[in-house]
Design a binder for this molecule. Structure first.
Ligand SMILES: [Zn+2]
Length: 340
């Protein structure tokens, strides 16, 4: 019964949501979409990533085809410039964003972007591009996939998180880890600062416990330049080091992440856009102030549809898309309604 009700809500949201019927009296709106990784299901990286981070190449191609039917698909910087100029905005615009600068974006998203000729904005972690940096959630996933739970328990940071997710230890010899369970452990770990999680990883010597080689994470600058060279991809800042800009982080570090990332990005990519993206969507007053003084606009992970008249330029909400909530046109439509 509950399942049936859910299906009805999804169908209604898909058919009658504001992405289909924006009345003439409404303010112009922008559907700002958030993607992270584009990976096929048989790729090892798919298995090592939280479900909320991925769509498959086929699903992404379907999204672009559907989006063109519903919206004026625009470049985010152009939409912002149009808004700032006071000129009329399209009633239903859509802009696509990618966070972090994953190598798989170059591998799997770029060919589809080119085939569909759709503009996107990519937010790069500026000091990590071109390095072998791994985000701590991926290191934690790799440890779980390597059955390193006993080693993790040696450190209180991991012991506390694992205690909150008892299912993490349920099947000790699993070939494929339960990705929902992995996401729950990562969520529990987010109660700690990024520095504390990295320190805990170093303390248990994470490299010693992996039983496979870690796949590459981020792109390098040449790949990023190849993307911008198509004329379809623009790049903005996603900080220097992907530190969450909350009260755990000293103000001097917040300023470095915000201000210096803009300078470093401009040195690598002279045509970089003046738009910022908050890691994990986190920001305190210091961060919001610094970002407002440094960039013309910023995107968050707050879920919603941007109102062309009211939404503040430095707190642009987005709609996150991942495989589970968008693998069919009907599910995608429901997600775009903003209702489910
Ligand atoms: Zn990010």
């Amino acid at each position: 019964m509950k399942k049936l009700l859910k299906q009805c809500v999804i169908s209604a949201a898909n058919q009658f949501g504001p992405h289909r019927f924006a009345g003439l009296e409404r303010d112009p709106q922008l559907w700002l979409l958030m993607y992270h990784r584009i990976l096929p299901k048989d790729d090892i990286r798919y298995r090592l990533e939280e479900p909320g981070m991925i769509v498959t190449p086929d699903t992404f191609a379907m999204h672009l085809r559907e989006l063109k039917l519903h919206f004026d698909v625009m470049d985010l910087a152009e939409w912002l410039a149009l808004r700032a100029s006071g000129k009329a905005l399209p009633r239903r615009a859509c802009a696509i964003t990618f966070d972090d600068g994953w190598y798989d974006n170059y591998e799997f998203a770029l060919p589809i972007i080119q085939q569909q000729q759709v503009p996107v904005t990519l937010f790069a972690v500026v000091e990590k591009i071109g390095t072998d940096f791994q985000f701590w959630p991926n290191l934690v996933s790799a440890l779980l996939a390597s059955n390193a739970i006993a080693a993790m328990r040696q450190h209180p940071v991991f012991a506390r998180a694992l205690q909150q997710v008892p299912a993490a230890a349920d099947s000790p010899n699993r070939e494929i880890i339960d990705r929902e369970c992995m996401a729950a452990v990562i969520l529990a770990l987010k109660q700690n600062s990024d520095a504390d999680v990295f320190a805990a990883l170093a303390a248990i010597e994470w490299q010693q416990h992996l039983n496979f080689a870690l796949p590459r994470g981020l792109m390098n600058w040449d790949e990023l330049r190849a993307m911008t060279g198509t004329g379809l991809v623009k790049v903005g800042s996603h900080t220097c080091n992907h530190k969450r800009l909350n009260n755990h982080l000293p103000s001097a570090e917040i300023l470095h992440e915000v201000v210096d990332s803009k300078t470093l990005l401009a040195q690598q990519l002279p045509n970089a856009v003046d738009i910022f993206c908050f890691p994990n969507g986190d920001y305190n007053a210091v961060a919001l102030d610094a970002v407002s003084n440094t960039y013309s606009a910023a995107v968050t992970t707050q879920r919603g549809i941007v109102n062309g008249r009211n939404t503040p330029a430095h707190q642009l909400c987005r709609i996150g898309l991942h495989e589970n909530v968008s693998h069919s046109p009907r599910l995608l439509g429901a997600r775009l309604s903003g209702w489910v």
